[in-house]
Design a protein. Structure first.
Length: 94
């Protein structure tokens, strides 16, 4: 998020396994890729959390801002294994 904030996808303390899906969209006209940075922590500020990875969805179709949707799926297994997938909803491309 702009300004260094984070958006929570899974709340702390959930029983495992846990899964969440989130719809994201482009923020600029003609945006060809969407970069998602993943953090682990309880703070609302990225600087106070641990960065665990980056995910890039590329080759998005050329469209106006907000017209390309990407579904983000985050799953944490009982053993703590993290699985993250993102796909453009129109094409299904991951």
């Amino acid at each position: 998020m702009a300004g260094g904030g984070v958006h929570r996808i899974l709340e702390a303390g959930l029983p495992l396994p846990a899964e969440s899906r989130q719809m994201l969209s482009t923020s600029r006209d003609g945006q060809s890729r969407l970069r998602i940075v993943l953090y682990l922590g309880d703070s609302q500020w990225a600087a106070e959390c641990v960065r665990v990875g980056d995910l890039v969805v590329g080759e998005l179709r050329d469209a106006a801002a907000g017209e390309v949707d990407v579904e983000l799926s985050v799953r944490i297994e009982s053993a703590g294994r993290l699985t993250v997938c993102a796909s453009e909803t129109d094409s299904g491309r991951e």
